[in-house]
Design a protein around this ligand. Structure first.
Ligand SMILES: [Mn+2]
Length: 314
């Protein structure tokens, strides 16, 4: 290793200090990180539009040597090959047009489609959870499963002219002809409502409530999907317990611990072929201290990326 070490606050923040390549015509990468700084779909408190930038800043505390990270428990280095070869890049942000959610969503879809056309795996930094649908629809043409980690079903009915809030995304996704099935994991709390749960089940979604998750419900749900099938993963940071995510407006008690989420993501990467993922609902305006929720979000993304790349090598 030559030169002085790079400290977290030194340098221009891209995700993991990856090369910045906003021109998708020039994109040549395995992993393309894209920011979606939109919170137009947040009926409660705004602020998730600040998350892509905050996640990038906190990612600079990880893999600081530029050659992946070492997992002491597993005695294994992850992401080393990809980082050394410059195969992880940051393509910047989708062009968000504040107050115009449909046009913003079109731009998100176009940006992600551009990433897919260049053969890279998109990693979307939300944004609120309304931003997942425009990412998912960019995959149109080839069927895939969607696995959602969330406290909430986000399956609200399209009423009163509302379709683009963070409570509606997975109703669009479940109805998409390109989505072979939707698995919703970590669901809990008293805000989902009977109608949402009934309609999610009627739509054929596999709903894994948090108690079922703790009794092996995810493994059961995954076993129903043939190994190696294409899968998109969406992570709402509120799948983690409320105590872990002060910077999240939708946080709920009785959520997953970090190792529970990490291992669950690992099991998805092991059983299915992950073709893209996002992490949503980090709200830096509410976050405390050193930015623990942004840090945990960046940490989750990096460890999931590590598992996905390790599985691709196997
Ligand atoms: Mn949620």
């Amino acid at each position: 290793m030559s030169g002085p070490p790079l400290f977290p606050l030194v340098g221009v923040p891209t995700f993991l200090r990856a090369p910045y390549q906003p021109d998708l015509d020039q994109l040549d990468a395995t992993i393309a990180v894209v920011g979606v700084p939109s919170d137009e779909g947040s009926p409660f408190l705004p602020g998730t539009r600040l998350a892509p930038r905050s996640l990038r800043e906190h990612s600079m505390r990880l893999c600081a040597g530029g050659a992946g990270y070492y997992d002491a428990g597993l005695r294994r280095t992850f992401l080393e090959r990809e980082m050394r070869a410059g195969r992880i890049v940051d393509v910047g942000d989708a062009a968000i047009l504040p107050t115009n959610a449909p046009a913003s969503f079109d731009n998100v879809t176009a940006k992600v489609r551009g990433i897919l056309e260049r053969g890279a795996l998109p990693v979307a930094l939300g944004g609120d959870h309304a931003t997942t649908w425009p990412v998912v629809r960019a995959f149109a043409g080839e069927p895939m499963h969607v696995v959602q980690f969330d406290a909430h079903l986000d399956f609200e009915p399209f009423e009163h002219g509302l379709e683009c809030t963070n409570g509606h995304g997975f109703r669009h996704i479940a109805a998409s002809p390109d989505v072979a099935g939707l698995t919703q994991v970590g669901i809990r709390g008293i805000r989902n409502g009977r109608r949402q749960l009934d309609e999610a089940l009627e739509a054929g979604n596999r709903v894994v409530l948090i108690d079922e998750f703790r009794e092996g419900g995810l493994a059961e749900a995954l076993a129903a999907i043939p190994a190696g099938e294409r899968c998109y993963v969406s992570i709402d940071i509120d799948v983690l317990d409320l105590s872990l995510v002060p910077g999240c407006v939708s946080a709920e008690p009785d959520g997953m611990s970090y190792p529970e989420l990490r291992d669950a993501l690992g099991s998805v990467a092991r059983h299915l072929r992950v073709v893209g993922f996002d992490l949503c609902e980090v709200n830096p305006m509410l976050d405390v201290g050193t930015g623990v929720t942004s840090y945990l979000g960046a940490h989750t993304i990096v460890e999931f990326l590590g598992r996905i790349c390790a599985e691709a090598e196997n």
